[in-house]
Design a protein around this ligand. Sequence first.
Ligand SMILES: CC(C)(COP(=O)(O)OP(=O)(O)OC[C@H]1O[C@@H](n2cnc3c(N)ncnc32)[C@H](O)[C@@H]1OP(=O)(O)O)[C@@H](O)C(=O)NCCC(=O)NCCS
Length: 168
Amino acid sequence: MRNSFVIREFQPSDADACFQIRVDAFLSKFYGHLGPNSITAAVNAYMPLDYIRMAKTMPVFVAADGREPIGFAVLKWSGSKEAEIFSLYVRLDRIRNGVGSGLVRTAENWLRESRPEIERVTASTAVPLLNQEFYEKIGFRRCGESRKDSPDGPVHVVHFAKDLMQEL
Ligand SMILES: CC(C)(COP(=O)(O)OP(=O)(O)OC[C@H]1O[C@@H](n2cnc3c(N)ncnc32)[C@H](O)[C@@H]1OP(=O)(O)O)[C@@H](O)C(=O)NCCC(=O)NCCS
């Protein structure tokens, strides 16, 4: 079943799949929005070993169908009362099956239980045309925008936030 999956903690053996899932999203979905040099820089920014390193200091959740990762989310601390969804990627053949929203919900529940001092979760995207609707559908509100330098010129980044006390 396409919508059968569990969400669990990252294991080092997930690193290659996480790398590939992110690379595929950049090549297939983001390429036309960001430009070739930005895509090359973004693809090279995180190698499989970087996921293993990140998981030592940040919560990383993996959606898996059997043993196979089909999506992942990385949380990052962005202040004493705030956490950021630093990375969120679903394997392209499994999008629109509840994997992304399931990963975010798991991250939010984990924060409520393990880090009750965190009041707000944020997320940002350089491709709002592709995923703004997703964030709004799962309860985030647009809270700002900025410009970020990239190898192909300035990129418009949209920021979202969600109060952790808020229920969907
Ligand atoms: C954005 C992303 C994480 C969403 O994950 P997903 O598993 O496809 O999303 P879900 O199935 O949980 O969607 C939940 C709801 O959000 C909305 N939604 C999801 N993707 C959407 C889209 N592309 N356009 C409009 N609405 C969307 C839908 O209302 C959906 O509910 P429905 O399918 O019942 O209508 C996924 O598409 C992805 O990995 N994209 C490439 C990488 C990316 O953009 N990452 C985001 C950080 S930059």
